[in-house]
Design a protein around this ligand. Sequence first.
Ligand code: URA
Length: 209
Amino acid sequence: MQHLTIVEHPLVQHKLTLMREKHTSTAVFRQLLREISQLLAYEVTRELPMTTKHIETPLRSMDAPVLAGRKLALISILRAGNGLLDGMLELIPSARVGFVGLYRDEATLKPVQYYFKVPEELGERMVIAVDPMLATGNSSVAAIDLLKEAGAHDIRFLCLLAAPEGVARMNEAHPDVPIVTAALDSHLNEKGYIVPGLGDAGDRMFGTK
Ligand code: URA
């Protein structure tokens, strides 16, 4: 998998445009995020290890492909990560789930940790960390640092929108972690928001503003 994959599928791009529009309601935003997360999940799980299983169809026996190894781990970077998590779990219901609680100090834009709970045997699983917005990259890098400390080494990062600054920061700190996103936007503004972006993803999905 390349370091940065932009999912250019028409359904992803169309849904993303609807999500960007400022008049899109909380309910519609949340529904679109659920739908788009499933399309992105399809891309980010492309390299899941496979094996075969001997089965009987109504016509004959065959060796058919099935997923191999330990169940993958989805790690939601709170709180906005939960918006991507819900849809992904519909597609991969047996995935194990972890949470990393980081909030962004609005003065320094640096991440502050307040929660960390992840599945066991992280080192034996494909780990997909999810957060809709890769902005400065500070939270994402800090979350991946924590996941590596907990034993993870096969990690992917899934987001909805990325800024060049965040991609560069992740690239520098974690060059082994492929990033999958729906779009790479222009830049960050002085408050650390992605431009043109979609605003505060957490506020838009939870209706907190
Ligand atoms: N977090 C958001 O929710 N939006 C941005 O544009 C940047 C960080």
